[in-house]
Design a protein around this ligand. Structure first.
Ligand code: DGJ
Length: 692
């Protein structure tokens, strides 16, 4: 997978269908050579070493396409301040090491005690290249200030045009896909909120403006980090495009002490020649094979009590809901916020993680026993990183929160952020979570996080920038320890909906709460953006009440189910307000989901159609599942076929429900006949089996 030409000092990575090459220039600086279709080492050596023309005194002569740019007028991936104030870096190449698919290149500054390892790792079964860096202070004098420490920089070949795909959004409208021409100059995608964020998500895709769902070259990368982050794209005056990315936003610094190392998160890259669909499918395969801790499992159908009860939780009320949830076929019952401390609203109790004695006079065991008796697993909501000032925890440890000396603390949702970078805070969190999980045989934690960081600091520390990074590491460590000690425990990532979904959190969780917006019409767009990188098996999707609490929209139950079935199905409505007929229909649809679940959660995902008729198709071995959604109908509108993808044109496929037989070639070229009624918000679920 890794070849090296010592004469030309070029490394070539070969993944199943792509190649990546870099070389050392005369100066000892690693420079980008190739990222795209497969090449041999000989061909890689023949790639013209493009340099931006330095034909004016306003361009930098040594700035081109470094693997970790530190010089020039584009974004620097590494910015430092050495003791005494010096800032420029000049590399000396010290050697490299190859271990299977893992290459480490060792560099050292020519005169200051700073060593850098550039790490590259490929896997035999996916086209993703993982990159990160390790910075080391090798001296014994004063610290080195790291002003920016990106994980990697990526460059694409010259294209006639550059188009950027990414997602933006807000609470309740996460993952809105945007696909626009990449502007000249610099474009910054970032989160300054302490979490990966609702407002952006740490990934980018670049194409030449002509790629489509199934065709065209697409270069993409995604960062494995759950805190603040920054990706800076640079479209140079010579019309070349590269980008650099890593943890921390501007101003987040790290003082590297003598002997200390700082390892950056993985910033993974992927080239695909088969469009946005091929790109998404490759990311899904990578996440399933190399990121998720228990990807081979199927995620259970859960019931979550939040929309039904809010904070008005009682043991009897939860037991009633559990009974109804079991009736519709839920396999996991999750009690949400409101069960602990003085938590009757968002104003108090966060931090006091013992069952509220008024709501659970005899503790949680009665409810859990009932949930188990009903044949379901039990899950519970927690928000370990947060505290209400009105809590016993805060009264005992007001110094545990992130804060700036002499500054006001902004309350958001009446809460403050606990400093998980402090070992005693992380130890406290681990201790009560460990006791909660072990003491009650809890199967599932919904780990929530409901506010952005403000005034983040740790008075008394000489290095306040660290808190942004140490907090995330503290959260990761607590999750990792819990998982290691409780192998049956599964975790749902949540931050007020989809505010913390990234490759970093998915390494230690099993699914993610996609959005607090469960309106099925809005969800189609949210799920569309989510699925660009993240796989179906991680995308939690609940069916909730109609009219919807956020949008007021009324939608048929079947439509709501068909949209949620395109993810990890859950039910989050107030089942006590559903009629017996609705619950019976829900039970039927849940049963169908369980039957298609192996295909939906573990199959290959294809996006279908264009609004107003869109859908999702999943293929696993001989089975195909199609979910189709039509948002609106118009009298006289000609029927639009839903063309399927990824089928064998020479095979025939039988509809499991009607027995109708279709030719693969016809489904690909002319689409699947759907008998949708002529009203708005209609949907279909079709199950096909390949018969020859
Ligand atoms: C935000 C989550 O996204 C909701 O699902 C719910 O758990 C609330 N927090 C509870 O406070």
């Amino acid at each position: 997978m890794i070849e090296y030409d010592p004469q030309r000092r070029i490394w070539l990575f070969s993944t199943p269908t792509t190649a990546y090459a870099l070389g050392l220039d005369d100066d000892g600086t690693p420079r980008h050579v190739h990222w795209g279709r497969p090449l041999t080492l000989e061909q890689a050596a023949a790639v013209p070493r493009f340099r931006d023309p330095a034909d004016s005194s306003f361009e930098h002569p040594r700035a081109d396409r470094a693997e970790l740019p530190v010089t020039g007028f584009g974004p620097s991936a590494l910015q430092v301040r050495f003791p005494g104030g010096g800032q420029e870096i000049e590399w000396r190449y010290e050697g490299h090491a190859v271990d299977g698919g893992h290459l480490t290149i060792l560099l050292r500054d020519r005169c200051h005690p700073l060593a850098v390892e550039l790490h590259y790792r490929v896997h035999a079964d996916v086209d993703v290249l993982e990159r990160w860096t390790v910075l080391r202070h090798t001296g014994d004098g004063a610290p080195i200030e790291l002003l920016r420490a990106d994980s990697a920089s990526w460059a694409v070949p010259h294209l006639a045009a550059y188009r950027l795909s990414h997602v933006t959004g807000a609470w309740g409208s996460e993952f809105r896909l945007r696909r626009d021409a990449a502007p000249g100059g610099e474009t910054v995608l970032t989160s300054r909120r302490g979490v990966s964020g609702h407002h952006a998500n740490p990934w980018v895709m670049i194409d030449d403006g002509a790629a489509g769902e199934e065709h065209g070259e697409v270069w993409s990368s995604a960062l494995a980090w759950s805190g603040s982050w920054r990706i800076t794209l640079h479209r140079s005056p010579a019309e070349r495009l590269c980008w650099s990315g890593g943890f921390g936003h501007e101003g987040v610094t790290w003082r590297l002490e003598p002997g200390e190392t700082l390892e950056t998160p993985v910033f993974a890259g992927l080239y695909r020649p088969d469009g946005f669909g091929g790109t998404s499918r490759s990311w899904h395969a990578y996440i399933a094979r190399h990121v998720l801790p228990a990807a081979s499992e199927s995620r259970p159908v859960l019931y979550n009590s939040w929309e039904a009860t809010g904070w008005a939780v009682t043991e009897e009320g939860q037991k009633r809901l559990a009974g109804l949830a079991a009736e519709v076929g839920a396999e996991l019952f999750v009690m949400d916020d409101g069960w602990f401390g003085a938590r009757d609203s968002d104003e108090a109790g966060l931090g006091d993680w013992t069952p509220n004695p008024g709501k659970f006079p005899a503790g949680l065991d009665g409810l859990i026993a009932e949930v188990h008796r009903l044949g379901m697993r039990f899950g519970i909501w927690v928000e370990p990183e947060m505290v209400n000032p009105d809590s016993d925890l805060y009264r005992a440890h007001p110094d545990w929160v992130l804060r700036q000396p002499d500054r006001r603390r902004t309350l958001l949702r009446n809460q403050l952020v606990l400093d998980f970078g402090r070992p005693e805070v992380a130890a406290w969190a681990h201790d009560w979570l460990d006791r909660l999980v072990a003491g009650h045989a809890i199967d599932f934690l919904k780990w929530d996080m409901n506010r952005a960081f403000t005034e983040a600091g740790r008075p008394g520390t000489g290095d306040p920038g660290r808190v942004w990074i140490e907090h995330v590491r503290g959260v990761y460590e607590v999750m990792d320890r819990l998982r290691a000690d409780h192998p049956r425990l599964r975790i749902e990532a949540c931050a007020g909906g989809g505010g913390r979904v990234d490759l970093g959190v998915l390494r230690r969780t099993d699914e993610a709460w996609t959005s607090d917006n469960t309106d099925a019409v809005d969800r189609i767009a949210i799920q569309h953006g989510y699925g660009q990188i993240y796989p179906t098996r991680t995308m939690a999707a609940w069916v909730t009440d109609s009219p919807h609490f956020l949008t007021g929209r009324e939608l048929p139950l079947r439509f709501r189910f068909h949209v949620a079935m395109a993810g990890v199905l859950g039910v989050g409505g107030d089942l006590s307000r559903w009629s017996a007929a609705e619950r019976a229909e829900a039970a039927e649809l849940v049963a169908i989901y369980k039957e298609i679940r192996p295909v939906v959660q573990h199959g290959v995902h294809h996006r279908l159609g264009e609004p107003p008729l869109t859908g999702a198709q999943y293929v696993a071995d001989d089975r195909v599942v199609v979910l189709a959604w039509r948002l609106s109908s118009r009298f006289g509108a000609p029927p639009v076929p839903l063309r399927l993808r990824g089928l064998d044109p020479d095979a025939r496929y039988r509809d499991d429900d009607t027995g109708a037989v279709h030719h693969g070639a016809v489904l690909l070229a002319h689409g699947l006949p759907l008998e949708l009624p002529g009203t708005d918000h209609t949907s279909a679920l079709v199950r096909l089996t390949r018969i020859a």
